[in-house]
Design a protein around this ligand. Sequence first.
Ligand code: CP
Length: 312
Amino acid sequence: QDHLLGIEPLAPDEISTILDLADDYVALSRSDDKHTEALKGLTQINMFFENSTRTQASFELAGKRLGADVMNMGLEASSIKKGETLIDTAMTLNAMHPDLLVVRHPHSGAVDLLSQKVNCAVLNAGDGRHEHPTQALLDALTIRRKKGRLHRLSIAICGDIAHSRVARSNLILLGKMENRIRLVGPPTLMPSGIGELGCEVYEDMAEGLKDVDVVMMLRLQKERMDGGFIPSEREYYHLYGLDAEKLAHAKDDAIVMHPGPMNRGVEIDGTLADDINRSVIQEQVEMGVAVRMAAMDLLARNLQARRRDGAA
Ligand code: CP
């Protein structure tokens, strides 16, 4: 691949290749010397047009551990605030010869559009409701390491599916790896065309979580609700907030996941989120650095090969 714009174009063996390399980077990141020279001499620019804690910090750390020169372009201080377009901004940065461009943008498709205008590898750090590929990859790595496999698992994705790029990328990835996926949440927060997604849909948490191996909780993404129906948080927690009582319907060894940022007492009980016997939320954050190292390493290898061949 030239870019990482989504999970959709990835074949199962390409997903496994990224996860295998990420496993090596987990080991490196746990060692005393966390550095390699895989991206030595290369320049990585992070452009975040939407807020981020986990994704931005882990991409920055990943680039630094790989030996790249890393620059974070802050939206607040950029000329976007003076009316410069996304494409003009990207073309300006492209003229500085970056090798990797990491982009988060509120509009679905914006990162794809940008990738067509620059001559470096572009990684999608989340675009609107469309995709968040490195999140799905880090979730997959977490599941594979905790469950010992990434196939034939029963996985419930719960909450605000309609507005979630995390749910979309996970649905695609986990489906490609032949897992059984359930979507659980109120009908108002389910996407249209759900019948085509090839997963089971539940309105009731007790039914949806019955005997699953993995419970993935999602935040109410009010920023993407466009003035539509927003449930009351108290009622939502009562019906859909994950607590020990609802989790008891899942398998005894089911893991609890959340991509963050988490709203305690809305989609998940705070005590459960902190329960290291069930919650793998901190492991997800750790896997995020390793997966981003792997994705950037592999893209940089492809870019350098294309440059040697004169195709980039
Ligand atoms: N999961 C995730 O994308 O978190 P951030 O918005 O903090 O990057």
